[in-house]
Design a protein around this ligand. Structure first.
Ligand code: FDA
Length: 407
């Protein structure tokens, strides 16, 4: 891939489709499909390009194949960005209800799973089919299996070489996402283009990603497959959801959520029994003095986890033989168990990429680059990253619509 921002001619090209399009959208993922469809339906002639052989690949695998397409609790505070206000405008103008209305127009059955997360009853394929149909209704030209290569910019027009062709339009939308899960065709293409046009990029990093644990926590790695409802904290951020032990470390919704906030240095703290008072073990001792700590924990937690925690705390014997002070200390430890991850499983396993094209260079109303009229960036390519649970698709839809209205 090469990108050029030239002020002169775009050079020789084998063939050219001049003046046919009002806008070229690069990336037929969630944001690009939505943007192209809406712009097409507004009467714009749109070319939508993707190097993958099929559109919406991440939609197809999302939500375990059922696509968690939005979250009814969508709000700006559920997004990470260097500018937490940037996402407000687009999110307020295209809401979860708007996407639900679209899904219902297509007769796609859905349900709320948990925590406001909306999923298809059937298959994520229905969402991709719906978006492709919306593109068809907007007369969008779709070119799949063809990577965008050189991009020239001259005389207010963008010229993009795609395979053997050069296409041009006065508007160009970067919707090629971030580099998470490269084996699915994810790239940092949008960042390269943005930088060449003078836009800044906030250091991209894997987010919603499992943690790896080292030798110090080898005991927990042996719990692979065990899950528990916990509260995990990092700094002031906390999530109460399921955690899953894996053979490499920690995963599950709670861990994926906190990973987006982790600084790659400090410890994360896990409350294994959220909601309990500090002297609950003292109360247990009064009620069941012959019980052991392991048996007491096993009443509330998976057996193997209870065993591993009890082993680590080395508080042996019957509760009746342990001092109240030691029991309060044990309860405090169980409420703030520190894990020091050695790292994460990286972009290969990250559900999203945090960071990306800096919002400072973009209009929050239209997603257009302030310094480059006609250049837009939407979706995951931008430095706006949602929590787990449908928030990232809602950003893709909302930012796609915001740009479409300005194309
Ligand atoms: P997206 O990645 O969807 O699309 C970018 C497109 O650009 C791709 O089609 C790619 O092929 C193309 N492209 C890249 N480089 C190119 C180039 N050089 N030339 C041409 N095309 C190029 N979110 C959520 O809200 N609910 C969920 O249930 C899930 N589940 C989920 C599961 C898994 C396994 C993953 C990996 C991710 C999720 N997500 C999610 C996150 C969600 O998939 C993601 O945030 C959106 O797909 C982002 O949409 P975009 O359109 O910005 O990028």
């Amino acid at each position: 891939m090469t990108v050029a921002d030239r002020t002169g001619s775009s050079g020789a090209a084998p063939s050219r489709e001049q003046g046919r399009f009002d806008a070229i959208v690069l990336g037929a993922g969630a944001a690009g499909l939505m943007c192209a469809a809406r712009a097409g339906q507004r009467g714009r002639r749109v070319l939508l390009v993707d190097h993958a052989p099929e559109a919406g690949r991440k939609i197809l695998i999302s939500g375990g194949g059922r696509c968690n397409f939005t979250n009814i609790h969508t709000a700006p505070d559920r997004y990470l960005s260097a500018n937490p206000h940037f996402c407000k405008s687009a999110l307020s103008r295209y809401r979860p209800d708007d996407f639900v209305a679209l899904v219902e127009r297509y007769g796609i059955a859905w349900h709320e799973k948990t925590l406001g997360q909306l999923f298809c009853d059937g298959s994520a394929r229905q969402v991709v089919a719906m978006l492709l149909e919306e593109c068809a209704r907007g007369g969008v030209t779709l070119r799949l299996g063809q990577p965008a290569d050189t991009i020239d910019h001259a005389d207010g027009r963008f010229r993009v070489s795609i395979g053997a062709d050069v296409v041009e339009a006065p508007r160009l939308v970067l919707a090629t996402g971030g580099p998470s899960i490269p084996k699915m065709g994810a790239t940092g293409f949008a960042y390269d283009v943005a930088r060449r046009f003078g836009l800044k990029v906030v250091q991209p990093r894997p987010a919603l990603v499992p943690f790896t644990l080292g030798e110090e926590d080898a005991l927990f790695r042996s719990l692979s497959g065990v899950s528990a409802d916990v509260e995990v904290r990092f700094g002031k951020v906390r999530f109460r959801e399921a955690a899953l032990f894996t053979h490499r470390g920690l995963s599950g919704p709670a861990m994926l959520q906190i990973s987006s906030y982790w600084d790659h240095k400090g410890a994360i703290h896990v409350d294994f029994l959220p909601g309990r008072e500090g002297d609950w073990l003292v109360a247990e001792k009064a009620a069941r003095p012959r019980s052991s700590l392991r048996r007491t924990l096993a009443a509330a937690l998976p057996e193997r986890l209870a065993e591993a925690l009890a082993e680590r705390m080395a508080t042996d014997g019957e509760l009746g033989g342990i001092t109240d002070k030691a029991l309060r200390h044990a309860a405090a430890r169980l409420a703030a168990w520190p894990f020091r991850p050695t790292g994460t499983e990286g972009f290969a396993k990250a559900e999203v990429t945090a960071g990306g094209i800096a919002t400072a260079g973009l209009s929050s109303r239209t997603m257009e680059a302030r310094g480059v009229p006609g250049l837009f960036a939407i979706g995951e390519a931008v430095d706006v990253t949602g929590w787990l649970g449908g928030y990232n698709f809602q950003w893709a839809w909302a930012s796609g619509v915001a740009a479409a209205e300005a194309l």
